[in-house]
Each structure stands twice: as structure tokens, then as C-alpha cells.
Design a protein around this ligand. Structure first.
Ligand code: FAD
Length: 317
């Protein structure tokens, strides 16, 4: 079922989760172990992130180094199929521009359609860790909107190799990313919002936001989107802060602000266990307020912290 259908049929705020494919070599059991405790909350859907390859240097027998491309977390499509089969829940694969040609993307979308997957979250992706700027694949997409147009094209029966394909119309419900605190590369909020409007005009069915720790930033963002004529559902992305290190890591990587009151509480903690308790309580309060405001879905980035998410969801259902 499509994410938008889940929202349309819901009587209360829905819950959804996001997971990462395990590191290469780990089994699907690690996904089930992660999700098992969370399935009691009947998530409407589960997102699975997508990861591009990274450049690494591998030592040759003669001692010299060879530059190789390694995908540390492959398997998004297969994991989505396994989750749907194992739990009978909708899976939402992420698709990214970075590192993939249009042909590879088309093949991934054909596989997803075969598997009966109704949703995709389309994203640009970031530059690999050891590169400064995002560079598209020579035969790939530069922006999420370009990837989105490939998906809407297939939803209209348009494929890259028209003469080879019978033109079956796929039916993907398409999500895109939004940034309550602005995407880090955008010169200003207005400019970023204009690009988001274009994604919606090009066919995005809903928006999922970057994480935030101050609900007011989300409410202001939703207000700006609505004033700009965006009518599609806006789903808040929520993440627990569970270690002191994250006070600097999260702003550096995700370009989000940690409210003073919250960071002061964390700085008082002596152990990461104490930080986790403060972070859990903060997320519970954020979730309660968002739920009270009638937000359609609370989307939790579970990233290795299923027990914390369990405590949070238990406190709000
Ligand atoms: P875009 O919408 O393409 O925007 C990127 C930047 O370009 C923005 O600054 C925007 O304002 C600007 N822009 C957009 N269109 C244009 C245009 N036509 N001309 C000029 N400027 C333009 N990354 C992964 O690698 N894998 C994942 O699974 C993943 N999941 C994510 C899930 C969520 C909910 C979010 C919020 C992010 C996720 N990311 C993921 C990270 C994401 O890939 C990065 O934030 C990336 O830098 C931007 O992606 P985007 O889809 O927002 O890009």
C-alpha cells in the first residue's frame, strides 16, 4: 500500500521506522533482531536507506595501493523484499542519484515493481566521505528532482529504452526530503524551499524531513511550505540523541541545531547512559507535542537504537 494511502486511512498519528542495511557480510537476521522489538507498534511502513560506494585504497601484494570502489551497505532492494515477506509490512526503499547511472536506476525500479513495492523515497545522496562536492554519475542524475522525473516517467510508462520495453506503467508513490533547518548547500531557506516546491510540482507525493531537535523549527517549516502552496503530507524525521559525542557530530554531519536547553542537560551528564536517558525523554516530549499537533506520521530513524525507539513509542501510544 502507498504511504499516502496509509495516511489517508489513518485515524490517529501513524508510526514508521527507518533502518540501514547491515554492513556487508552480516545476515538478514541482524535486521530482524533490530526490527522484532519494534514490530509490536505496528509501523505503517519501514524505510531502508541506500548507500553509494566509497573509494578505498587496497594494498596489492607488491605493497602498492589500488583505488577500489566498495559498497559497504548493499542490499536495499533485497532487504525491502525480505521485510515485506517476513513482517507483511510496507517497505520504502530509498533511491539515490549519487553513484548510479540512469540504467541502473531503471533496473532497480523494475525490480522493485516486480516485488510489489509501492513506494520509493528519492534523494540526491551526498559526496563520498573522501570527496568535498557531490558529483553525479556521468550517466546519472544531478538532483533528486531528476531522479523523481525518471520515476514519474516510469509511472507513465516511459522507459529509457522505449523499443525494448513494453511500457508497463509502474505505480510508485514518491517521497522526497525536506529540511526544516535548510539543506546545507542551499544559499538560503527561500531558495531551498523553491527547490522543494519544484519537487512537489514534479510529482512528489509526500515529504520526509531531516531530523530536528526543536519542534518549533518543524512547525515553522510546515507553515512556510503551506504558505508556498505545498499540500502534500510532511512527515517529521526523528532521531534520538544518545551520546555526548553526537552534540558535535550531528550538527557537523546533518547540519542541525541542538537547542541550548537540551545541550545543557546533556553536558551535565556523566555517562552515555545518562545522556541516553535525557535524549530519550527529549524525544518522548518532541513526539508527544507533534502527535498533539495532529502530525500524520512520526518517522523514527532507529539507527542501531531500537530499544530507545521502543521506549519512546511505548510512551506515546
Ligand atoms: P536535492 O533535492 O537534489 O537538493 C540538494 C541541494 O541542491 C539542495 O541544497 C537544494 O536546495 C539544491 N537544489 C535542488 N534542486 C536544484 C536545482 N535544480 N538547481 C540548483 N539547486 C538545486 N542519503 C543517502 O545517501 N542515502 C539515503 O538513504 C538517504 N536518506 C535520507 C532520508 C531523508 C529523510 C533525508 C532528509 C536525507 C537522506 N539522505 C540520504 C541524505 C540526502 O541524500 C542528502 O541530504 C543530500 O545532500 C540531499 O538530498 P536531497 O534529495 O534533498 O537533494
Amino acid at each position: 500500500m502507498k504511504v499516502t494511502e496509509h495516511i489517508a486511512q489513518a485515524k490517529d498519528t501513524l508510526i514508521s521506522f527507518e533502518i540501514l542495511p547491515p554492513l556487508k557480510g552480516k545476515s538478514i537476521e541482524s535486521i530482524y533482531d533490530h526490527l522484532d522489538p519494534l514490530m509490536a507498534f505496528k509501523p505503517a511502513f519501514i524505510n531502508v536507506t541506500y548507500h553509494r560506494s566509497e573509494h578505498m585504497f587496497k594494498k596489492r601484494a607488491d605493497g602498492s595501493f589500488e583505488k577500489v570502489e566498495i559498497r559497504k551497505r548493499p542490499g536495499t532492494v533485497g532487504i525491502c523484499a525480505a521485510i515485506m515477506n517476513h513482517y507483511n509490512v510496507d517497505a520504502v526503499p530509498h533511491l539515490i542519484c549519487g553513484g548510479f547511472s540512469k540504467e541502473e536506476t531503471e533496473n532497480a525500479l523494475i525490480d522493485l515493481a516486480f516485488l510489489g513495492i509501492d513506494n520509493v523515497l528519492v534523494l540526491r545522496g551526498d559526496a563520498p566521505k573522501n570527496e568535498t562536492f557531490f558529483e553525479p554519475h556521468p550517466n546519472g542524475h544531478r538532483y533528486a528532482i531528476d531522479l523523481l522525473q525518471q520515476v514519474t516517467g516510469m509511472n507513465n510508462g516511459i522507459y529509457l529504452e522505449e523499443d525494448l520495453v513494453e511500457g508497463v506503467k509502474t505505480k510508485f508513490c514518491i517521497g522526497v526530503a525536506g529540511y526544516p533547518e535548510k539543506h546545507f548547500e542551499a544559499p538560503n531557506m527561500q531558495n531551498d524551499l523553491e527547490h522543494l516546491i519544484r519537487k512537489v510540482e514534479a510529482g512528489a507525493d509526500y515529504i520526509v524531513t531531516q531530523m530536528f531537535f526543536d519542534n518549533q523549527k518543524f512547525f515553522d517549516f510546515v507553515k512556510k511550505c503551506r504558505e508556498a502552496g505545498i499540500k502534500v503530507p510532511i512527515i517529521p524525521g526523528l532521531k534520538p540523541l544518545t551520546s555526548k559525542k553526537q552534540l558535535s557530530v550531528l550538527p557537523r554531519i546533518f547540519h542541525v541545531d541542538i537547542p541550548t536547553e537540551f545541550s545543557n542537560e546533556i553536558l551535565k551528564c556523566k555517562t552515555d547512559k545518562e545522556v541516553e536517558a535525557v535524549g530519550t525523554e527529549w524525544l518522548i516530549q518532541q513526539s508527544k507535542e507533534l502527535k498533539k499537533a495532529g502530525i500524520p506520521v512520526l518517522h523514527y530513524y532507529t539507527l542501531g537504537k531500537p530499544k530507545v525507539i521502543q521506549q519512546v513509542v511505548e510512551a506515546i501510544v
